[in-house]
Write a protein of this length. Sequence first.
Length: 118
Amino acid sequence: VQLQACGGGLVQAGGSLRLSCAASGRSFSSYIVAWFRQAPGKEREFVAHIWWSSGTPYYADSVKGRFTISRDNAKNTVFLQMNSLKPEDTAVHYCAVKPKTAAAYNYWGQGTKVTVSS
């Protein structure tokens, strides 16, 4: 399984970015795909996930109402639309996948950096 994340960049507070995570190597119909982020000097934190089969999303409280996770079955790609960005959203964002029954995410992308200026 390979995950390729992209879409990060520099944006002003209040702006938007859309991250993409292209997956290859297998079907993800029984998987959950997630976004995590790690800010400088902080631990990695969960952002959002989506159940591939149903499209059901789940968000961390810190991004609820501002971020939207979605997937494109045909392209095997998951998106994270980030609106109303805040300086505290600055972090390297990673996508990851795991089987529905797994406790931990076992495949990770390389990360894409998001910087939000005030």
